[in-house]
Design a protein around this ligand. Sequence first.
Ligand code: HEC
Length: 163
Amino acid sequence: MQKFQKFQGLLVALLLATTPIQVLAHGDVTPHPIDTSTLKPLGDEWIEPNPYRGDATAIAVGALGYMHNCAGCHGLNAVSGGIAPDLLLLGKECLDLASKVKQAACMKESDHFFKEVTLRGKKNGEGRSIMPAYDAVFKQEAVWAVKAYIDSRSLEEKAKNPN
Ligand code: HEC
């Protein structure tokens, strides 16, 4: 019995270790909607920069949305495994700037870039989709919640490695 339990534990560990790869291998990258009902509604007119930046509830909602939609390619906790670009670099570039004014302008630009890529997705040189478009399932509440989460991760990383 004990032996069996050990074996089961091993199986679970193996499954966990291979899950992100399987997600990719099976091509299950269907965009999943995010429940943003706990967040302040933003309306249909796009607001830039991200109005949710620093909002704890939005960060939590965005973290879940990120897990379900982006982590398979961009990595758990937004730490890239090398399959897709490191999204933490977007915020790092801004946080490395000395002046707060420049940082804010940089963040606004990064918000815009992030929104455009997320809504449209990405195609490779041959026109094959390499990142799905999220415009059919993400309203701006969802886009900004995920960005708020990624920015909060960039801040955490910056706090760990100030230079
Ligand atoms: C199927 C894999 C896949 C999924 C799922 C995916 N991405 Fe991507 N993403 C990519 C790839 C590959 C690129 C790089 C494309 C290129 O080389 O131009 C990319 C690029 C990006 C970029 C541009 C980064 C840069 O520095 O140029 C952003 C922003 C981005 N993704 C956000 C997201 C978000 C947010 C999600 C989830 C809502 C997501 N992606 C889901 C594969 C994916």
